[in-house]
Design a protein around this ligand. Structure first.
Ligand code: CU
Length: 157
């Protein structure tokens, strides 16, 4: 009797093994990999906030003695309403907006004009949408005395 049963048992084991492998591969291909490569899901209000904040690069900012450079110096935005900032260069020389600590937004990439437009030309604008709350310090690459901060707060209302 044992001799008859043994091939059946190993047959069942092989079938079970194939099923387990097939389930694992399916999970890996259709659930695990897409989760790894997908960008985070962000609501429309955060991607396109209704009240972007206007900031200015003040004329004369390239002078080391000037204390007013980015205006307002501290920008406070609310996630889902005003988590987008538009900088306008009102000076006569080009400037950058560059993260102090290599910050990268999970959706919009590095908080820095350099990889996208480089320097903001006189009269030019640059905008950045923060999709996470937090405090973001930045400066100007050619003029390191120019510093500013963006605080994005969660909206609890
Ligand atoms: Cu500058």
């Amino acid at each position: 009797m044992e001799r008859v049963n043994k091939p059946q048992i190993s047959g069942i084991s092989i079938v079970s093994f194939i099923i387990v492998v097939a389930i694992s591969l399916t999970y890996y291909q259709f659930v695990f990999m897409p989760t790894l490569s997908a960008k985070p899901i962000v609501s429309e209000e955060i991607l396109n906030p209704s009240e972007p904040i206007q900031a200015s690069i003040v004329p004369g900012s390239s002078q080391p003695s000037q204390t007013e450079t980015y205006e307002p110096k501290e920008i406070i935005g609310k996630l889902g309403t005003s988590n987008k900032v538009v900088w306008t260069n009102n000076d006569v020389v080009p400037h950058t907006v560059t993260t102090d600590n290599d910050y990268e937004d999970p959706t919009n990439g590095r908080f820095d004009t350099m990889p996208t437009i480089g320097l903001i030309p006189p009269g030019g604008t640059w905008e950045f949408t923060f999709t996470e709350d937090g405090e973001y310090l930045y400066h100007c690459e050619p003029h390191p005395w120019m510093t500013g901060k963006v605080s994005i707060q969660k909206d609890f209302s």
